[in-house]
Design a protein around this ligand. Structure first.
Ligand SMILES: *Cc1c(COP(=O)(O)O)cnc(C)c1O
Length: 386
């Protein structure tokens, strides 16, 4: 079976984990946590990074620090993994769902139209005419490692007084190569950026995440909240309700080793993407979605677009066929505004996301995928064409 996306742990992972265990620092303190935070901060060219138990925990902290409160609203994409949205509910706020554009990222023109036509600005912030509630923030996702349109998003967010939380969980390593944000990494442009080191992400710690913040004091506050809001660690004084959200030293040990490999992984993923693309572009009815111009993407996941009428096989049949041929693929996600917990939430002009959900499959993309395996997949795609 060629798996969709599996970890690649052939570097210093075992060595560093052994060091952590031998030092008997396995919990939420220890040198690897500090090192991992520093290494990530240096890589991203930011002052501070805060290690968390998961990307989801990082998103929850970010929304807290963006001052989203119970009863507020937050704009989110419908085409994403559900962990982008659940933290809005943890706070007691409500999501409003937006459509995607042809890059699968949030359609910022529609976002702007929503703000313009469905909301008004008050002293207290942007108010949703339909609910009379304040919309405090927008969570933007860099889907599959492809940079969202941050130039336009930051303009709209500034105009409408929205905090920007970047869900960069899939996009560690993606940065602008031109334009206003040249050399800026995804996650470092908005107010907060969150990365994930879950098992299928570009680098993994088993489970884990990282938060960065434009305002240095808010990064420090995130670390404070993630460690039970301890104001005095000797006498156990807590002035706020905190969380047990800090990463462990063992996870961080794996992370330090994985980060050493990140650029190599990106190189392999880019090479395999280009190899896939060359073959797939020759098959009528199939194409591989592009990563945005003016950016260096991390090429995390590859999206195969199937034009049913031209290819002759629909997405579900193709998925079954590939599985029978020992190739693991999957559809993107279920749209979040169609999931049970979110059926009563507002959504705005969702059209493209519905189309992409029915016509896109993710192809195997692990960093240990070989050239031969890529060609095996593209041969199957060629032979299935009817
Ligand atoms: C993986 C992922 C998350 C959550 O990260 P975890 O570390 O698994 O909690 C959030 N949003 C998106 C888009 C993701 O792909």
């Amino acid at each position: 079976m060629i798996p969709l996306s599996v970890p690649n742990l052939k570097g210093n992972e075992l060595k560093y984990v052994t060091e952590a265990v031998e030092a008997e620092w396995v919990s939420t303190g220890g040198s690897f946590i500090n090192k991992f935070e520093n290494d990530i901060a240096n890589y991203l060219k930011v002052e501070q990074a805060v290690a968390t138990q998961s990307g989801t925990a990082g998103l929850h902290l970010a929304l807290n620090l963006a001052e989203v409160e119970r009863g507020d609203e937050v704009i989110v994409p419908t085409l994403t993994f559900i962990a982008t949205v659940n933290p809005v509910k943890y706070i007691g706020a409500e999501p409003i769902f937006m459509d995607c554009d042809e890059t699968l990222n949030m359609d910022i023109d529609k976002l702007e139209k929503f703000c313009e036509t469905e909301c008004y600005l008050s002293d207290n912030g942007l108010v949703n005419k339909k609910t009379n509630k304040v919309i405090r923030a927008v969570v933007i996702v860099h889907v599959f490692g492809n940079m969202a349109n941050m130039e336009k998003l930051m303009e709209v967010a500034t105009k409408y007084n929205l905090k920007v939380v970047e869900d960069a969980t899939e996009a560690l390593g993606t940065y602008y190569t031109s334009g206003k944000y040249v050399n800026k990494f995804s996650g470092t442009i908005g107010d907060f950026g969150i990365y994930s080191f879950n098992g299928n992400k570009i680098i993994t710690t088993g489970g884990g995440g990282m938060l960065v913040a434009k305002d240095k004091s808010l990064a420090e506050k995130a670390r404070y909240l993630s460690t039970q809001a301890k104001d005095d660690s000797l006498y156990y004084i807590h002035n706020e309700v905190g969380y047990n959200y800090r990463m462990t030293n063992v996870q961080a040990a794996i992370g330090v080793a994985q980060l050493e490999k990140l650029e190599e992984f990106i190189h392999i993923k880019k090479t395999n993407y280009e190899l896939y693309k060359k073959s797939i572009d020759e098959i009528q009815g199939l194409s591989l979605l592009n990563f945005n111009k003016g950016t260096r993407a991390n090429y995390w996941f590859y999206s195969l677009l199937i034009e049913n009428d031209n290819y002759g096989i629909d997405m579900d049949s193709l998925l079954l066929n590939l599985n029978e041929n020992s190739v693991q693929t999957r559809p993107i996600w279920g749209l979040i505004h169609k999931q049970s917990p979110y059926l009563s939430n507002q959504n705005f002009e969702i059209e493209k996301a519905t189309k992409y959900i029915d016509n896109v499959l993710n192809l195997p993309c692990s960093s240990n995928l070989t050239r031969e395996e890529v060609l095996r997949v593209t041969d199957i795609l060629k032979n299935l064409k009817s």
